[in-house]
Design a protein around this ligand. Structure first.
Ligand code: 4G0
Length: 312
């Protein structure tokens, strides 16, 4: 897949994309990155590509001319019809689904905006899709473009060596990851949860699913509205909510009101003098940064005494 990038800083590409997995993808020509200097298409004697905003106001606006000509030039070089994407804070939120969709294409053109934005006619004439990484403003669209390239590249078959991780992406689609552990079994007096050493595949799967759902419920309840949960997931979620209600003796948690659940979560974090609250937060949020919480967690999952069993 080819990425053409319209930018006033072509020298910063490939940058970090030359490293690690995307670096190998570049070497193997699974992806190509072609930065195009917008200034090369300026007609200005100083190669300026920005000007003052009509109607007044602070800052500068990217002119349509250089961007339009750079875009025409790139389109002419391609034997496919590339989708043109503008990276800006005004865009639709970039998602894993969009990364997957874009990875099916032969190539895309990424436009990196600068200054206070780009002339609206650029959107009308050449932009097919406007994407934002999130609700924050950066000095330019170059870093967002690199993020998009990375996210799209790793969805291309053969880029990520281990196909298992892509499979897992879709298995736990729409919810947060479960907590992961590797050697050593004991670190700074914190133990790996016993169930992971038990060798009981079904119990491990259920524990992971429960942890993933707990995290999602407590940190990103918004995701649960979109996630496609199977009947077992919903049963586990109800189990989690019942545990929360029981432990907290707080009828707010039983209600399926995300706003209130979050409020309750925040309340627990704030109560740092309340040992029970802190302990419960650590456990429920999946933070095993607390010996007491870790031990309590093992008890809660009925795994006490499994620590001495070997994983393999
Ligand atoms: C276009 C993307 C581009 C318009 C780009 C800024 C954040 C993101 C830029 C503006 C960017 C993002 C109107 C400030 C370049 N910052 N969140 N900066 N304006 O994806």
């Amino acid at each position: 897949m080819n990425f053409d990038i319209l930018t006033i800083f072509p020298e910063i590409f490939p940058g970090p994309l030359a490293c690690s997995i995307t670096g190998r993808a570049l070497e193997e020509k699974l992806i190509t990155v072609n930065p195009v200097d917008i200034r090369d298409f300026s007609t200005d004697k100083h190669k300026n590509v920005d000007d003052y905003p009509y109607g007044g106001g602070a800052g500068m606006v990217m002119q349509p001319g250089p961007l339009y000509r750079a875009h025409q030039d790139v389109m002419q070089q391609r034997d496919y019809l590339p989708e043109t994407i503008l990276l800006s804070p005004q865009g639709k939120k970039f998602s894993q689904d969009q990364a997957r969709e874009l990875s099916q294409k032969p190539g895309v053109i990424l436009i990196c905006g600068h200054y206070e934005g780009v002339d609206e006619r650029v959107r009308e004439l050449i932009v097919d899709r406007e994407l934002s990484l999130g609700d924050y403003v950066l000095t330019g669209g170059e870093l967002p473009a690199m993020v998009v390239i990375d996210a799209v590249a790793r969805m291309i078959p053969g880029v990520v060596g281990d196909e298992e991780s892509t499979r897992r992406d879709s298995f736990y689609q729409g919810i947060l990851d479960y907590p992961q552990y590797t050697r050593p079994r004991s670190f700074q007096e914190l133990e790996v949860p016993g169930v992971l050493l038990s060798g009981h595949h079904a119990r491990i799967e259920r524990w992971r699913k429960k942890q993933a759902l707990k995290r999602t419920w407590l940190r990103r309840p918004d995701l649960l509205e979109e996630a496609d949960l199977d009947p077992e997931d919903i049963e586990i979620l109800h189990e989690i909510q019942a545990e929360l209600a029981e432990k907290e003796d707080n009828e707010l948690v039983g209600e399926e009101n995300n706003e209130l659940a979050r409020e309750k979560d925040n309340k627990l974090v704030g109560e740092e003098n309340n040992e029970l609250a802190e302990q419960e937060y650590n456990e429920l949020a999946g933070y095993e940064n607390n010996k007491l919480a870790g031990d309590k967690n093992k008890q809660a999952d009925g795994d006490k005494g499994k620590d001495d069993q070997q994983a393999t």
